[in-house]
Design a protein around this ligand. Structure first.
Ligand code: NDP
Ligand code: 8X3
Length: 252
């Protein structure tokens, strides 16, 4: 049976790029997201490019029942999930805490924390049963730094940092690898979503900078999953050359 990789949030950006990269490595792929049309498009593109099977599961990671139902529906041929990429996530809004939109906060907390918990709770027991697995969590430099106007997003990624460390401890005796990737600026739909569809404001984020791409992060995932069985990378921080941290960016 071919090994399977499950990638949440594969309808765009980092998740979509990673689905292609893991398909190129020969994994059967399970892609997830809420946009059914986009999921189908990604599925068709992967199927046309690589000799692997692709399963598209359309659901919202914020809804526990939908996560459980989706995982329970996975057919036998995809059931050996050896990689879970907890990637689905978002930032919503950029305001001081005292002006923040509580709906934005709910979206970030429910997606970036609870979604990861639900997916991990559904998939980790399957990995433990099969005696191997690799969980890769999508963190951020916002998981170790805090910047003005980003408090709740930063808090959600700080939670991801704690979850990644805790998962590794809890599943140590089961041999499950847990890694976290913490990028700086990656140009995807991230900023458009953060600014509620304001493309111009999103473009300004990357003005004068050559940001990372989804493919750059996918190449990190490729590296993580191709290391020898006894080797695990706990944490990868990755940035564009023009970015030093959350505060210092050199714009040309
Ligand atoms: P994109 O907006 O391009 O992709 C986000 C993905 O998450 C989409 O596929 C989206 O699918 C999915 N998603 C969002 N909410 C949900 C939900 N409730 N249920 C299911 N899927 C959901 O952004 P990125 O590729 O940049 O983001 C991927 C991850 O990388 C996020 O966790 C983000 O925090 C993190 N990150 C991004 C950085 C950046 O600068 N871009 C830097 C550091 C970390 P759909 O809309 O179809 O549901
Ligand atoms: C995305 C990177 O710097 O906008 O996680 O928080 S940042």
């Amino acid at each position: 049976m071919n090994k399977t990789a499950l990638i949440t949030g594969a309808t765009s950006g980092i998740g979509e790029a990673t689905a292609h990269t893991l398909a190129k490595l020969g994994y059967n792929i399970i892609i997830t997201g809420r946009r059914a049309e986009k999921l189908e498009q990604v599925k068709q593109e992967i199927c046309a490019a690589y000799p692997v099977k692709v399963l598209a599961l359309c659901f919202d990671v914020r809804v526990k029942e939908e996560c459980c139902k989706a995982i329970a529906s996975i057919p036998e041929e995809f059931s050996e999930i050896t990689v879970l990429f907890n990637n689905a996530g978002l930032a919503a809004g950029l305001e001081h805490i005292q002006d923040g939109d509580t709906d934005d906060w709910e979206r970030m907390i429910d997606t970036n924390i609870k979604g990861v918990l639900y997916m991990t709770r559904c998939v980790a027991p399957l990995m433990i049963k099969q005696g191997k697995g690799h969980i890769i969590n999508m963190g951020s430099i916002a998981g170790t730094e805090v910047y003005e106007n980003g408090t709740v997003y930063c808090a959600s990624k700080h939670a991801m940092n704690a979850l990644s460390k805790g998962m590794r401890i809890d599943m140590l005796s089961s041999g499950i690898k847990v890694s976290q990737i913490r990028p700086g600026m990656v140009e995807t739909e991230f900023s458009v979503v953060r600014f509620h569809g304001d493309q111009q404001r999103a473009d300004n984020v990357y003005k004068g900078v050559k940001p990372l791409t989804g493919a750059d992060i996918a190449s990190v995932v490729e590296w993580l999953v191709t290391l020898p069985e006894h080797v695990n990378i706990n944490d990868v921080e990755i940035m564009p050359v023009q970015q030093a941290d959350a505060f210092y960016t050199y714009r040309k």
